[in-house]
Design a protein. Structure first.
Ligand SMILES: NC(=O)c1ccc[n+]([C@@H]2O[C@H](COP(=O)([O-])OP(=O)(O)OC[C@H]3O[C@@H](n4cnc5c(N)ncnc54)[C@H](OP(=O)(O)O)[C@@H]3O)[C@@H](O)[C@H]2O)c1
Length: 244
């Protein structure tokens, strides 16, 4: 709990989350905590307050419970409420985990649908719930939800993905209102195509036409640098071509 800024990034195993984690490694003002199934450190070490990349499966009940308890150990009663306000770290949380599910609706399987929603929607709500009880003790807290163009408009063969990304927008909008009394910033980012593994099963889309992981990582890192009185609701980015 030494640095003034705590950064938590979910989904650092690959793609955008990994790029963002690497970008924050260059930012010496941040204590950096990353989470994904491929993390190096056991999740039990998170409660020690040492920065690092932790093993965390956002669809595993045991991991979710353990994460909730670790947050309480880190930010719970014995640390923050007794610390003077000027001594409390800023908190910035990025939700960059998720998967894609594409294909005609006739071929959609119930099990795939359930696991897609468990990861892309339920885990975001549960994680937000665990943070919520600690927000009154942060002067500056920011949550960044990585949404998609598919959260604002429809695409063929994407019914589950469009539904889950519309839900992410709904979660961000609802929490922004609910957390207003604490001054918490909630930013929703509608992402256009970014060249990550999520596109590997869709060779009809050319990764050369997409935003690069390093560029999007730089853009997302900039959100952590916003002046304190600036509240950004909704950001939209696309590659040069717009929607591919
Ligand atoms: N790429 C795009 O064009 C694009 C556009 C719009 C929105 N987005 C959204 O941005 C987010 C990241 O996408 P991406 O392109 O970076 O995809 P990606 O490369 O497939 O990354 C997905 C991330 O989620 C983590 N993850 C998957 N299942 C998990 C689980 N059960 N528990 C914890 N972490 C889990 C993965 O790490 P582990 O495998 O180590 O767990 C990985 O870090 C997604 O929500 C995606 O919908 C992407």
């Amino acid at each position: 709990m030494t640095k003034k800024k705590h950064v938590h990034i979910f989904g650092i195993g690959s793609g955008i989350g990994q790029g963002l984690y690497n970008r924050f490694l260059e930012d010496k003002s941040a204590s950096l905590f990353g989470f994904s199934r491929k993390g190096k450190l056991p999740l039990s070490h998170f409660s020690n307050g040492e920065a690092g990349a932790f093993q965390f499966d956002a669809t595993d009940q045991k991991d979710l419970r353990s994460f909730e308890h670790s947050l309480t150990s880190l930010f719970g009663h014995h640390i923050l409420p007794t610390a003077p306000f000027y001594n409390r770290p800023d908190l910035i949380v990025y939700f960059a985990l998720g998967d894609g599910i594409f294909g005609p609706i006739d071929l959609l399987k119930k099990k795939e649908l359930e696991s897609h929603f468990e990861l892309n929607v339920h885990s975001l709500i549960l994680l937000s719930k665990y943070y919520s009880q600690h927000l009154p003790f942060f002067t500056n807290a920011t949550f960044v939800f990585l949404g998609s163009t598919a959260g604002k408009q429809g695409f063929p063969e994407s019914v589950a993905y469009c539904a889950s990304k519309h839900a992410v927008l709904g979660i961000a909008r609802a929490l922004r209102e609910e957390w207003k009394p604490y001054g918490t910033k909630v930013v929703h980012v509608s992402l256009g195509a970014v060249a990550t593994e999520i596109w590997d099963t869709r060779p009809e889309f050319d990764k050369n036409e997409m935003v690069s992981v390093s560029d999007i990582s730089e853009y997302l890192w900039c959100i952590s640098q916003l002046p304190k009185s600036i509240f950004v609701d909704d950001l939209s980015i696309t590659p040069k071509k717009g929607i591919l």
